[in-house]
Design a protein around this ligand. Structure first.
Ligand code: AVI
Length: 323
């Protein structure tokens, strides 16, 4: 389902307002990580998931492939599947195939990236007995539309995979799950992927890979602002940085300016000065413990139905049911 013209204009002005708020924030400038995913950023993220250093996506895929049948068996009846941030759809295949063996299944990917939505449709269109309707929307707006379409007796399974929840600053992760829960009915389910704590050097390598793909992914955010808002960020004067914040147990991505410079974001109508050594914070990626996942569920009125974890790359898939 394509966004209307009015919505696209709204999104542009929301983006402009977010850029202004983030880049004028003191003492730490920031840009929201959701803006990393324009067409180029979405494709760079797909490459990141293939990097030897970045085991997160492969762990997520292994767990879904090995446990799809059990996940589906634990959710009897007529289930509609909604996915928040479908990406290219490749991880969802096993779940949809398992549901489709039981009955015809509706799948609603919800994505703000039209590129990812198109890739997802292409990737999954060959599965028999699955109908796909994509929503080019923010997560909660899309989920509201999906729930409005549910028929009496149908339950919803929301997929929130790949540890995207970790990209919400705490306590925004709790607030976001509460908002999802408020949209759902008791008995609806949430399959939540969370990346788990692991050695810091392994994490730094995953977010500062030797090919420089993550650096390109991060820098593309400035390049996107240049393209869409006629800004004049000089990409060569910023350096990608991945650091571990042990207080929050999160990897943070930053872009560090190597000189003091003025940057004008022409179409958003403002300019800023960035000092030498100052950073723009572009992403948080929280690493959970299993106890934290349990507490997240408790705080958001879900009960843990089942949990599977990967040992090769510590990662957990948790099936939560709304109470
Ligand atoms: C999408 N998200 C879970 C990724 C992560 O690991 O936090 C995004 C990413 N950023 C850098 N590499 C991958």
């Amino acid at each position: 389902m394509m966004a209307s013209r009015a919505l696209v204009l709204d999104e542009v002005s929301a983006f402009a307002a977010d850029i202004r708020a983030g880049l004028t924030k003191a003492p730490q400038k920031e840009l929201a990580s959701k803006y990393l995913y324009d067409e180029l950023g979405s494709r760079l993220f797909d490459v990141i998931s293939l990097l030897p250093e970045y085991g997160l996506t492969r762990a997520d895929q292994r767990l879904l492939r090995r446990n799809a049948r059990e996940i589906v068996d634990r959710l009897p009846g007529d289930i509609v599947v909604a996915e928040l941030g479908s990406g290219n759809g490749s991880k969802t295949r096993w779940i949809l195939e398992a549901f489709s063996r039981r009955r015809h299944t509706s799948y609603f990917p919800i994505e703000i990236s039209p590129t990812a939505l198109a890739m997802c449709r292409r990737e999954l269109s060959d599965i028999d007995s699955v109908s796909i309707v994509g929503f080019e929307r923010e997560y909660l707006a899309g989920l509201l539309e999906v729930t409005a379409r549910r028929r009496p007796g149908q339950h919803i399974l929301v997929l929130f995979l790949g540890s995207t929840i970790g990209n919400f600053d705490h306590p925004a992760d709790v607030t976001f799950l509460q908002e999802i829960r408020a949209i759902l009915n008791p008995g609806d389910a949430l399959l939540l992927g969370t990346d788990l704590e692991k050695p810091v050097d392994q994490l730094i390598a995953a977010y500062d890979d030797s090919l420089g793909v993550t650096a390109a992914f991060n820098l593309n955010l400035l390049s996107r602002v240049n393209r869409e808002f006629s800004a004049d960020f000089v990409l060569g004067s910023f350096r990608h940085e991945a650091r571990f914040n042990s207080r929050t147990s999160s990897i943070e991505m930053h872009l560090r300016s190597d000189r003091t410079q003025r940057v004008t974001i022409a179409k958003a109508g403002f300019s800023i000065v960035i000092r030498a050594g100052e950073t723009i914070w572009t992403e948080t990626s929280h690493k959970y413990t299993l106890a934290e996942v349990d507490s997240l569920a408790r705080k958001t009125s879900f009960r843990r139905e089942a949990q599977w974890s990967d040992t090769e790359w510590p990662f957990a898939e948790t099936l939560l049911v709304a109470v």
